[in-house]
Ligand binder design. Structure first.
Ligand code: AR6
Length: 167
C-alpha cells in the first residue's frame, strides 16, 4: 500500500504539482480556502476560472496556479452536508475525480484541502474517513502510476483525525 502524507498549515504556501481547492459550483471564488487560494494566486486565476463556466458538485476542473508555489489548482466542489448517504458519495467523487484529472494531465504530486469541512458543514471525522478510503481505493487501482498524495489539515484537530485514519 502506498502512503498518504498528512501536512498541517496553509495550503497556499505549499509546493506541489497541484493543490486541490474546495470551490463552489460557480468556480468564481468565495471564502475559506477558496478565498485564500484566489488571493494568493492573484487575479489571473479568476480570469481563467471564468472561462470554465462552473463545475457540478463532485466533479473537478484544473487551472494554472499563477502566483502560488503550486503549478496547478484543481478545483472540486464538495457537497453541502445534509446528512444523506449521497453526501459521502459526492465527497468521495471529489477526491476520486481530482486524482483522475491529475493523472490525466500527467501530474505526480497533489495536496488536498479538507473539502466540505468548513462552510459546507461536513463533519470532520466522517470527511477524513471518506478522504482516506477514497484515496486508498484510487491508489490500489492506479498502483502503476507514481502520485504523491497529501492531505492538508489547517488545524490540529483535522491533523489528528487524518493521522488516526491513515494509521
Ligand atoms: N489552507 C488550508 N486549509 C484551509 C485554509 C487554508 N488557507 N483555509 C481554510 N482551510 P472551506 P467547504 C480549511 O469552508 O467547506 C467557500 O466559500 C478549513 O479549515 O474553505 O468545502 C467556497 O467558495 C476547512 O477544514 O470549504 C464554497 O462556497 C477546509 O479548508 C464553500 O466555501 C474547507 O473549508 C466551500 O465550503
Amino acid at each position: 500500500m502506498k502512503d498518504i502524507k498528512i501536512i498541517k498549515g496553509d495550503i497556499t504556501k505549499m509546493k506541489a504539482n497541484a493543490i486541490v481547492n474546495a470551490a463552489n459550483n460557480s468556480l468564481l471564488g468565495g471564502g475559506g480556502v477558496d478565498g485564500a487560494i484566489h488571493r494568493a494566486a492573484g487575479p489571473r486565476l479568476l480570469e481563467e476560472c471564468m472561462t470554465l463556466h462552473g463545475c457540478p458538485t463532485g466533479e473537478a476542473r484544473i487551472t494554472h496556479g499563477y502566483n502560488l508555489p503550486a503549478k496547478y489548482v484543481i478545483h472540486t466542489v464538495g457537497p453541502v452536508y445534509a446528512g444523506k448517504t449521497s453526501d459521502a458519495h459526492m465527497l468521495a467523487s471529489c477526491y476520486y475525480n481530482s486524482l483522475a484529472l491529475a493523472k490525466k494531465v500527467g501530474l505526480h504530486s497533489v495536496i488536498f484541502s479538507a473539502i466540505s469541512t468548513g462552510v459546507y458543514g461536513y463533519p470532520a471525522e466522517s470527511a477524513a474517513k471518506v478522504a482516506v478510503d477514497t484515496i486508498q481505493k484510487w491508489q490500489k487501482e492506479n498502483s502503476d502510476y507514481k502520485m504523491d498524495i497529501s492531505l492538508c489539515a489547517y488545524d490540529g484537530r483535522m491533523y489528528r483525525l487524518y493521522e488516526k485514519m491513515v494509521a
